[in-house]
Ligand binder design. Structure first.
Ligand SMILES: *Cc1c(COP(=O)(O)O)cnc(C)c1O
Length: 388
């Protein structure tokens, strides 16, 4: 179908922090398949686990116990402070599970239309429910009727939610990204999550965090909420968990953990042996190679270098991020920069129209990190938008 528009680059091979196109050209990959290949391409630990599992058992369905699924669940529960896990195949499906948990709670409370508070600028996926939770009218255009049960407020605005609470007695949950990804790498105030945690406790709402992009070490913690010293009630993750093998997870804690009962929810592929072996290899490698600590350090270096180089650059509005999730906001659209970066053997991304987004592998070397800062700075300094 035509939903991806025209694609002008063909990638055929990857190794470490680089990919190669069909003409043999090499690129430094500073987008990692949109925050998926955190360990870089074809990491030997992941490849080995996949090969072994492919020789053992690929799929049996959730009619049966699956040892790697149990092991990955135990590991995720241990790392996140949550109680239990539902495995899906994608981020959107993990969020669907979260939305169903909130609605289940609302239904148990006897509410006719339980409401979930969501944010302007949010991205939660492309299924009907997650598209409705997404704060992007252009993405929703043409897909009416959208499901009801969502209330939208500005991101990073606690008072707006307090005000909503005065008008609505049927709110059951807040769903948000700790750092907005597609919305432009928006980092909220440091005490924002803590205040939302308090608000949710006071009203008996679920705090549901979408860490599909920020999770699995990307922010310099295993999960970004760990910077804020809180624990959510529901946590979703996906992208970086399988390093390229499709897998998602919805985790729940406390009262949210017991909402699904036998038959409430399910998936044919979710949590299959292959995907779970990939997830286990990723988590073991992130910890075994101290990559999360390194990500925090590299992220600080990258932000610092970019701010040194671009702080006074005309057109640059803001340089922000956490860990290896960095956004450079310009005061004009800059989608053309993607193509110009390619000409310099570099893969980057532009999101929200005017934000250059960097999501390099967490395995970036110090030299590659410096090169990335230099190349991106030069590109932006030389960039003058084409007259419209
Ligand atoms: C990518 C993303 C999703 C959707 O994940 P898919 O695997 O594409 O369905 C949801 N939420 C956030 C924050 C994301 O970055």
């Amino acid at each position: 179908m035509h939903n991806y528009g025209e694609r002008t680059l063909t990638l055929v091979r990857g190794e470490g922090n680089y990919v190669w196109d069909d003409r043999g050209h090499r690129y430094l990959d500073a987008i990692s398949g949109i925050a998926v290949c955190g360990l870089g391409h074809c990491h030997p630990k992941v490849t080995e686990a996949l090969q072994e599992q492919a020789n053992t058992l690929l799929h049996v369905s959730n009619l049966y116990n699956i040892p790697p699924q149990q092991q990955l669940a135990d590991r995720l529960v241990f790392l996140s402070g949550m109680d239990n896990v539902f495995f899906s195949n994608s981020g959107a499906e993990a969020n669907e599970a979260a939305i169903k948990l909130a609605r289940k709670l609302g239904n148990e409370r006897g509410l006719v239309t339980p409401q979930i508070v969501v944010m302007e600028g949010a991205f939660h996926g492309r299924t009907l429910a997650t598209l409705t939770a997404t704060g992007n009218e252009k993405a929703q255009q043409g897909f009416a009727p959208l499901p009801e049960g969502f209330l939208r407020v500005p991101f990073n605005d606690v008072q707006a939610i307090e005000n909503l609470a005065q008008q609505h007695s049927d709110i059951v949950a807040i769903l948000l990204e700790p750092i907005q990804g597609e919305g432009g790498v928006r980092v909220p105030d440091t005490d924002y999550l803590k205040q939302l945690r308090t608000l949710c406790d006071r009203h008996d709402w679920l705090l549901m965090l979408d860490e599909i992009q920020t999770g699995n070490g990307r922010s310099g913690r295993m999960f970004a909420y760990q910077h804020a010293d809180i624990v959510p009630d529901v946590l979703t993750t996906a992208k970086g968990l399988g390093n390229g093998v499709p897998i998602g997870a919805c985790l729940a804690r406390g009262k949210a953990a017991g909402l699904f009962t036998a038959g409430s929810h399910g998936s044919t592929f979710g949590g299959n042996p292959l995907a779970c072996r990939a997830g286990l290899a990723v988590l073991e490698t992130l910890q075994g190679e101290w990559l999360i600590e390194r990500t925090e350090k590299l992220g600080e270096q990258l932000l610092h270098s970019l701010r040194m180089r671009l702080g006074d650059c005309p057109g640059v509005v803001d340089i922000r991020g956490q860990g290896l999730m960095i956004g450079i906001e310009l005061n004009h659209p800059c989608a053309e920069l993607v193509e110009r970066a390619r000409e310099q053997a570099l893969l980057i991304n532009v999101t929200a129209g005017n934000v250059v987004r960097l999501l390099p592998p967490l395995t970036l070397t110090d030299e590659e990190c410096q090169q990335l800062a230099n190349d991106v700075s030069t590109l932006i300094q030389q960039f003058t938008p084409q007259a419209v």
